[in-house]
Design a protein around this ligand. Structure first.
Ligand code: NAP
Length: 470
């Protein structure tokens, strides 16, 4: 099949401000013809972009980074008004995205230099070559950073990118395309596709799409991975998580409490690596919980544009309804509701910061990811029980361990089945460190040197000397 099979539909994609559920803007879903034309443009652009010198590719990425920094306030505000997160978090996200563009601009050529291989049979090396058009499917929770994680390394590597962003953040999607064009990107190197998630499988099977990268939920991951598999295409999946936040009995309790509460409230709990399960050793559990309970009433729920707000609205009315349903189900199934648990009595997609204890195996909250401000507190007898509980999940994304004994913490970290473990810190994000998971959290890595090798062909070139044939 040469082009994507899509039904032409006159439906729209709406940007709604979750602070008050008002409509920001509406976009038409792209027609089959427009999507086909955009993929064609990306395919055509690849022919030139793959031969464009690294220095020129780097210059484009630096320009994109510069524009992001220059406009971080406006872009931050746009993200906040589109998906609800606190303004300071949105601005920090734009800065992080700029840093990732700079990181690959500065290091991409070095990462993709020919890699000599030792062999007794002559000269051999790996030549890293781009694959073609990458389909990048991204979620709304970090509307700029998520786009950046796949765009920066791949555009540096010589691939071209078509982005299918989450339907609730079309303004962020559109402005990123404008930024690329303003930075001087040749037509077709980076483009946006406005279409619903239900139509993505068809795009994956388009012959001009050479690879696909998804960050999102398990169902979307299963759908994309099967479409990619059926069409023999490389894919990466960054999916959900249920990260453990383990507090060992030798931890600094005050530091651990603060980190646990505020990182769980980050982005109103809608972070894949949020500390969704807080697991504390028995001997310090009472003190830890009392300190958590003292912070909860002080958390200010409110306008994400105001600096004093601690807890922002969720990304949409549906997200807020879903989280409250999950809390109610957890309580019906035996969990104790210590704080919160309801919608906040005001307009907008707000959910009270919630504290649940007494969650037992078999409770849906024990196994499901809750993408909201829900602090789930577990007590364990000792370190071994903490490891067992941390690993008793289908997810394997990140995790944290708090301890004043580095050697002990590293030993525990080695036994946690996830892609990342941070000691005395929440699972963080920085351009030079890899990001990704294992188990149902997906496969592949973004950021760091690893991120640029996902969608290149590591081609072997072996030279047999004519003077000395083997
Ligand atoms: P989602 O529904 O899977 O949406 C993510 C993206 O996939 C959107 O662009 C969506 O488009 C698209 N999509 C939806 N259904 C699809 C399908 N059947 N086939 C192909 N694409 C499809 O995820 P979400 O609920 O918005 O985001 C939250 C999830 O993402 C959580 O599980 C979270 O943990 C995970 N996440 C993971 C990471 C990570 O790095 N591991 C980072 C952030 C978030 P539409 O918007 O048009 O539906």
């Amino acid at each position: 099949m040469e082009s994507a099979v899509l039904e032409s539909k006159k439906s729209t994609i709406k940007s709604i401000n979750p602070f008050d559920n008002s409509l920001n803007k509406e976009y038409e879903v792209m027609s089959k013809e427009e999507i086909d034309q955009r993929i064609g443009l990306a395919d055509e652009a690849f022919k030139t972009w793959r031969r464009t010198p690294f220095a020129q590719r780097a210059s484009l990425l630096h320009k994109v980074a510069g524009i992001l920094r220059e406009r971080k306030e406006d872009l931050g505000k746009l993200a906040t008004q589109e998906m609800g997160k606190r303004l300071s978090e949105s601005i920090a996200e734009v800065e992080l995205s700029a840093n990732i563009f700079d990181y690959y601009a500065d290091n991409g050529e070095k990462f993709l230099a020919d890699a000599p291989l030792e062999t007794p049979i002559g000269k051999a090396f790996l030549s890293y070559e781009p694959l073609g058009v990458l389909l990048s499917v991204q979620p709304w929770n970090f509307p700029f950073y998520q786009i950046t994680r796949s765009a920066a390394p791949n555009i540096m590597a010589g691939n071209t990118v078509v982005l299918k962003h989450a339907s609730i953040v079309p303004q962020c999607a559109a402005i990123m395309e404008e930024i690329f064009l303003e930075a001087g990107a040749p037509k077709g190197v980076y483009q946006n596709l406005f279409l619903p998630g239900s139509q993505v499988e068809d795009i994956v099977s388009d012959e001009r799409i050479k690879a696909v990268s998804l960050t999102g939920s398990e169902p979307a991951g299963a759908s994309i991975a099967s479409a990619a598999g059926k069409n023999i295409k490389k894919s990466t999946l960054e999916l959900g998580g249920s990260d453990a936040f383990i507090v060992l009995n030798d931890a600094n309790i005050d530091d651990a409490v603060k980190a646990a509460v505020y990182s769980r409230m980050w982005n109103a709990g809608q972070v894949c690596t949020s500390n969704k399960r807080i697991i504390v050793e028995e001997s310090i559990a009472d003190e830890f919980l009392e300190k958590v309970k003292a912070i909860f009433p002080t958390l200010k729920v409110g306008n994400p544009l105001e600096a004093e707000t601690d807890v922002a609205p969720l990304s949409s009315e549906k997200a807020a309804q879903d989280v409250v349903k999950q809390i109610e189900k957890a309580v019906e199934e035996g969990a104790q509701l210590v704080f919160g648990g309801h919608r906040v009595d005001r307009p907008g997609a707000f959910v009270e910061p919630t504290l649940l204890t007494g969650i037992k195996k078999g409770n849906s909250a024990y196994s499901d990811e809750i993408f909201g401000p829900v602090f789930m507190f577990y007590v364990v007898k000792d370190e071994n029980e903490a490891i067992e509980l941390a690993n008793d999940t289908s997810f394997g994304l990140g995790g944290s361990i708090f301890s004043s004994n580095e050697e002990r913490a590293i030993n525990v970290a080695r036994q946690i089945d996830t892609g990342m473990v941070y000691i005395n810190h929440l699972t963080g994000i920085t351009p030079e460190l890899p990001f990704g998971g294992t188990k149902k959290s997906g496969y592949g890595r973004e950021q760091s040197p690893a991120g640029i090798y996902e969608f290149v062909n590591a081609k072997l070139i072996r030279v047999t000397s004519v003077d000395n044939p083997y």
